[in-house]
Design a protein around this ligand. Structure first.
Ligand code: SF4
Ligand code: SF4
Length: 89
């Protein structure tokens, strides 16, 4: 795994409690796949738009913190969502 990759196992516990319906595990998977270099490719951005499809964007996070207490990997979800938003939006 890359040093700046997110150690998400895709369990989905975070998105179950997210009031903004943010597709967290899907966005983290895309981040690991596409956001390694300086720029995210058009293909990556298009995959992000497809994953969002009516759901909350990474930038819709209100930092309530509900998701982070559920994460078995103790991922700082809010911090990574900021990075996802910077990379893909
Ligand atoms: S911190 Fe953000 S991603 Fe986590 S539950 Fe709250 S709104 Fe959703
Ligand atoms: S709870 Fe943690 S490990 Fe599970 S999908 Fe969310 S971020 Fe990934």
């Amino acid at each position: 795994m890359r040093e700046n990759a997110i150690s998400c196992i895709g369990c989905g516990r975070c998105s179950l409690v997210c009031g903004r319906d943010i597709a967290i595990p899907e966005y983290f998977r895309l981040y690991n796949e596409y956001a390694g270099g300086a720029q995210v490719s058009e293909e990556g951005k298009s995959a992000y738009r497809e994953a969002a499809n009516g759901r909350g964007l990474a930038s819709d996070c209100i930092y309530c913190g509900s998701c982070e207490s559920r994460c078995p990997q103790r991922i700082e979800v809010t911090l990574w969502l900021m990075r996802v938003a910077e990379a893909f939006e």
